[in-house]
Design a protein. Structure first.
Length: 243
């Protein structure tokens, strides 16, 4: 099976434009034979905490219909970032669209203190089964909480995917943490980061794949949109060549 991570430069609050980019990258992933594709944190809005309450929605929003159509047609599972409106408040969400299945949600359980004024935490762990592979879902700051990957491992995760929005310094620290997670729990780890302006920083890309020993297999650069693919059978990773 092939699992992909998408790196993109979202425009601040421009959901319509960002949706088009998501569709384009999804089409590329389908053409490359990818079975699941994961996008960065809050990828459809950009990481913009101050705008989240204005843009938050529900998984049933027709906004996601074009992506659901691509999922159904291309037999691909998608994890896309979007603020979610709940009775308790706004959550940092990942909408999970699977072929022919009801939409699911993973909401960030561990918030960074800077996020407290804007968001409420999710309460359920994220574990997604795709073709028999249990994929643990993490959103940004969660990868730095030891209990998060530990719980994922205990729940039977075979692979750990982190959806993030990180600066150059943050991406470097995340890479070290993810390598350690991969090695500690003997499972491959993938990170999807944005590029370009986010909130009060610049996201620095470097989306990557680490094998079960914690060795970096492949990494995108700091500025370019694209897809990184991990092949679970050959245990190799590579950038998609589709322009």
């Amino acid at each position: 099976m092939k699992i992909g991570i998408a790196q993109l430069s979202p425009l601040r609050g421009d959901v319509a434009y960002n949706l088009q980019v998501h569709q384009s990258l999804t089409e590329q992933a389908v053409a490359a034979g990818v079975s699941a594709l994961f996008f960065p944190e809050l990828s459809l809005t950009g990481y913009e905490p101050e705008l989240a309450h204005l843009l938050a929605t529900s998984p049933q929003d027709s906004l996601f219909d074009p992506l659901q159509t691509l999922s159904d047609r291309g037999q691909i599972t998608l994890g896309v970032g979007m603020p979610l409106r709940t009775g308790a408040g706004v959550q940092i969400g990942m909408i999970l669209l699977s072929p022919g299945e009801p939409r699911q949600v993973y909401a960030k359980q561990y918030l960074h203190p800077d996020e407290y004024p804007y968001f409420v935490a999710g309460t359920e762990p994220g574990l997604l089964n795709v073709q028999g592979t249990n994929i643990a879902l993490a959103i940004c700051y969660e990868l730095s909480i030891p209990g998060h990957p530990q719980r994922a491992y205990q729940d039977g995760a075979n692979l750990y995917v982190a959806s993030v929005a990180k600066s150059a310094e943050g991406a470097e620290k995340a890479a070290m943490a993810l390598s350690a997670i991969a090695n500690a729990y003997a499972m491959p780890v993938l990170m999807a980061n944005s590029v370009g302006p986010c909130d009060n920083f610049v996201a620095a890309g470097q989306s990557g794949v680490w094998n079960a020993e914690g060795t970096l297999l492949a990494q995108l650069d700091t500025t370019t949109e694209g897809i990184l693919i991990y092949d679970t059978q050959s245990e190799t990773a590579y950038a998609n060549k589709n322009p």
